[in-house]
Design a protein around this ligand. Structure first.
Ligand SMILES: [Zn+2]
Length: 424
């Protein structure tokens, strides 16, 4: 299952108070060969079990999650994994383990929402991709899904037809033609295998490590849809071991995504000034997201912000918590906004991209959004020196909304930038 589908399962849980266990483990041994994640888990789980009274419903739900976690770690851990993310919620019968190619810092959270931020910031590495390593004697084809090798096909060809040294008694010209015929036939076999390999998959990228003649032949024979996805890996040769080539492909995927994301961030930041079809900074981006205005959200992996969440209408706000929700009067709990924002974006199907410490984005607070449409012009936009409504205007706006007919109001076209009222 691609990452996107797994995340949809994670964020589209039935409403209500839930307990999610989000676990990130660095599985690499330290210099002494000791795996520190076991000590970390023991300490953190002991802390968590003290949070709830014995025999409380929360305690028994947590116990179920922990049991499943231990079972998984004891039975299903692969020795080659460097890192692992696990999301568990026993109320939803949900248990999603995802190996991580870049080991995360050990972390464990028990919260009313899952914490997928640390996984999602490396989402580019989870794109399904295929790798072809081919010379005149052998071809290896790999399909990598969710950062792990999923399928593999190998072809080997009889050496006597392909030797570079003997010409089998043929003239140079005839020998060249003979070789060309062979490459053509081998190319055909490789492409047939590739089609088998990627059937029902949607590879985002197709990496090539191939001898010159073979590369040209493969490109000639590739179906048009796959041709566009070819990226040659020139720093490798066909004799390199599988693991070296596969990690090179993953690295190339990361580099390509970094370049693409930074270009995208640059464009969004340009569009965001002044009043284009984009917005930059935590408050306006959060506001646009809550109004279902966002088409694409770009966050830096260093983005972090605290805020609050209404337990009634689930509205999010930046900064200090108000006493009650300014939208519905409901209860307030503190919220980790980077997790809440990615969950909201994911559940709305918003395209989510991450930069890695990209300073132009960090300068505006680490987040920006491309909007589906331009923000409607507000009366205060005409005031040159004031870029946002003065706070009294906002408060009046809120109260008018609150006293609306039948006490009902909708957030759909609500364009307030956040809560500026008294702080607890
Ligand atoms: Zn509310």
């Amino acid at each position: 299952m691609p990452l996107d589908e797994l995340l949809q399962r994670l964020v589209n849980v039935t409403p209500g108070q839930k307990l999610f266990l989000s676990v990130y483990l660095d599985l690499r041994p330290d210099q002494t060969g000791k795996k520190n994640h076991t000590t970390f888990l023991k300490t953190r789980l002991a802390e968590l079990s003290n949070l709830y009274p014995a025999r409380s419903p929360e305690q028994s739900l947590l116990a179920k999650d922990v049991k499943r976690l231990h079972k998984y770690l004891a039975e299903d851990l692969d020795a080659s994994w460097k890192g692992l993310a696990i999301f568990s919620c026993s109320e939803e019968d949900l248990f999603i383990p995802i190996p991580m190619p870049i080991p995360p810092a050990n972390d464990l959270n028990l919260s009313p929402y899952p914490c997928p931020f640390s996984l999602l910031r490396h989402a580019a590495l989870y794109q399904t991709h295929a790798v072809i390593v081919a010379n005149s004697r052998q071809a290896r084809l790999f399909l990598v899904r969710l950062g792990s090798l999923a399928k593999q096909i190998t072809h080997t060809w009889d050496e006597k037809h392909t030797t570079r040294f003997g010409r089998m008694g043929l003239s140079t010209q005839r020998f060249q033609r003979h070789r060309q015929e062979h490459i053509k036939q081998q190319g055909k076999e490789i492409i047939e295998s590739l089609e088998k390999l990627v059937v029902l998959e949607k590879p985002e990228c197709l990496f090539f490590v191939a001898e010159e003649g073979m590369e040209a032949e493969l490109k000639k024979q590739l179906p048009a849809a796959l041709k566009k996805k070819v990226t040659p890996l020139y720093s490798f040769n066909t004799h390199d071991p599988d693991h070296k080539i596969l990690s090179g492909a993953a690295e190339a995927l990361g580099m390509a995504s970094k370049a693409k994301t930074e270009t995208m961030a640059q464009r969004i930041l340009q569009e965001a000034e002044p009043l284009g079809q984009a917005t930059a900074g935590p408050e306006p981006a959060l506001s646009a997201l809550q109004n279902h205005q966002v088409e694409r959200l770009i966050m830096d992996s260093r983005f972090d912000a605290g805020g609050w969440k209404c337990t009634g209408c689930l509205r999010l706000g930046m900064g200090g918590s108000p006493k009650v929700c300014p939208f519905c009067g409901g209860g307030i709990s503190s919220a980790n906004l980077r997790e809440e924002i990615v969950i909201k974006a994911q559940s709305q199907g918003v395209d989510l991209l991450f930069t890695e410490n990209y300073s132009p984005l960090m300068k505006v607070g680490g987040i920006a959004a491309l909007l589906k449409y331009k923000s409607p012009k507000k009366p205060w936009d005409n005031r040159r020196s004031v870029s946002r409504p003065p706070s009294f205007l906002k408060l009046r706006f809120y109260s008018r909304r609150h006293s609306g007919a039948g006490g009902q109001f909708s957030f759909d076209n609500f364009s307030a930038d956040g809560y500026n009222g008294p702080i607890n």
